[in-house]
Design a protein. Structure first.
Length: 415
């Protein structure tokens, strides 16, 4: 085990080196949103499967409408879903709807607005649609085209394309199950709020926020409960939570006398890979392998737990799900206020990033105590203050990690 505190990048590297993609499962297309494909999908058909009209109007031969106005004989009608009758001959037109197959012989659909819409004969009044409004067979994709590659994430558009190609189930990486065990003598569930009202306990907010984050990252959370700060109940809880692909503990990883998580994990047989990273919040994070599965021990402070989740757990879950783009892209932001930190650590400060004409700007969400979860509530990004320099003036630039794309959204319709 590494005993020195390591950098955030090293911590991430060590965790991800021990994380493997989940096995593959086949799921119905309709429930595959957000999953990563484990197969390459090749089109079995061409779409559209016929030359189709992109207008309501009259299918004609362009050579028939070079001199205008011109009256053509209407020899039939084809609706979307209808079949294309015989080839049209010189001097003929067929009434046609958008999406309907264009009959052989026709290379043009004249929009209805450019005609007198006649039923037995039709007068064509405009030449602008000559050789237009006919979508070629396979305009969208052709039989044999690669529609999606293994490793692509299934988006709503992918679901639409696969549906039109007749793909009803897809092979994807299974979502990991993630057990979460919280520890602390002071912690209760919400249904025991009376104890909080009496001033004796606090709610284990991590027991609620962490499962929400797991779900948000595409994992399946399993509540491993809240355990007391004593080795035997901690051991029981952890053993009971072991049926998972990733084990998360919250609390008890610092240097307090009642911080038993690491020693209990070691007793259970965990191979601890590192303990402590040079970050704030979240310094006491620990990582190991227990019984073949990764274990990430998050500090109990609610902000530390959430920040370390973003830095280390979310990328791990994404990797298990088969993703390759595991990290948010830091955005350069201008500080709206002076920022000062202490200690030789990389700080992740909770900020609100807003867009301005001079680019994104960041202001702190208020107190940066790792106990103040509301600092996280109001934040849409984490300002990275790298190890080294401790003070930054208003107007200077730093980088910020967006939380869930929120800094790229606006209340104003874009123009
Ligand atoms: P620990 O990491 O156990 O030393 O806890 C650090 C701080 O976080 C203490 O103030 C705890 O009361 C608080 N804390 C620990 N676990 C939780 C939790 N599950 N939910 C909310 N606060 C917690
Ligand atoms: Mg504790």
């Amino acid at each position: 085990m590494t005993t020195r505190a390591i950098s955030a990048a090293e911590a991430s590297e060590q965790i991800l080196a021990s994380i493997e993609r989940m096995p593959v499962e086949r799921v119905p297309l309709a429930s595959s949103l957000g999953a990563v494909l484990a197969e390459t999908i090749v089109a079995r058909i061409s779409v559209p499967p016929w030359r189709s009209s992109s207008m309501d109007g009259f299918a004609v031969r362009s050579t028939d409408i070079s001199a205008l106005p011109r009256t053509l004989r209407v020899v039939g009608e084809i609706a979307a879903g209808g079949t294309s009758p015989v080839e049209i001959a010189e001097g003929e037109a067929i009434k046609i709807m958008t999406g309907a197959p264009v009959p052989a012989g026709a290379d043009t659909v004249v929009r209805v607005e450019d005609t007198d819409a006649g039923a037995t004969s039709v007068e064509i009044r405009n030449h602008r649609d000559a050789r237009r409004n006919v979508r070629p067979l396979g305009e969208d994709f052709r039989e044999g085209d690669v529609l999606l590659n293994a490793g692509d994430r299934i988006t709503p558009a992918a679901i639409g394309v696969l549906a039109s190609a007749g793909v009803s189930t897809v092979s994807t990486f299974r979502p990991p199950t993630v057990s979460i065990v919280a520890s602390g003598d002071e912690l209760v569930r919400i249904d025991n709020f009376a104890a909080v009202m009496q001033g004796e306990r606090i709610v284990s907010s991590n027991s609620y926020s962490l499962p929400a984050l797991v779900r948000d990252a595409g994992g399946l959370p399993h509540d491993g409960g809240i355990t007391r700060d004593n080795p035997s109940s901690l051991r029981d809880a952890i053993n009971g939570a072991m049926a998972c692909d990733l084990l998360i503990t919250s609390g008890g990883v610092s240097v307090g006398e009642r911080d038993f998580t690491r020693s209990v994990m070691r007793d259970i047989g965990a191979d601890i890979k590192f303990w402590r990273a040079r970050i704030r919040p979240g310094g006491p994070i620990v990582f190991g392998i227990v019984d073949g599965r990764p274990w990430i021990g998050l500090p109990g402070n609610p902000v530390s737990a959430l920040v370390t989740f973003e830095l280390f757990v979310r990328p791990a879950i994404l990797k298990m799900r088969g993703e390759t783009l595991l990290f948010p892209v830091p955005q350069l932001v201008t500080l709206e206020e002076r920022v000062a930190v202490s200690g030789d650590l990389t700080h992740y400060l909770r900020v609100v990033v807003t867009q301005s004409d001079d680019g994104p700007r960041a202001r702190l969400t208020g107190t940066q105590s790792s106990g103040a979860l509301t600092s996280m509530l109001r934040a849409n990004a984490l300002l990275i203050v790298p190890e080294g320099r401790r003070e930054y003036e208003r107007g200077e630039k730093l980088r910020a990690l967006p939380l869930q794309n929120s800094i790229l959204r606006s209340a104003i319709f874009p123009s």
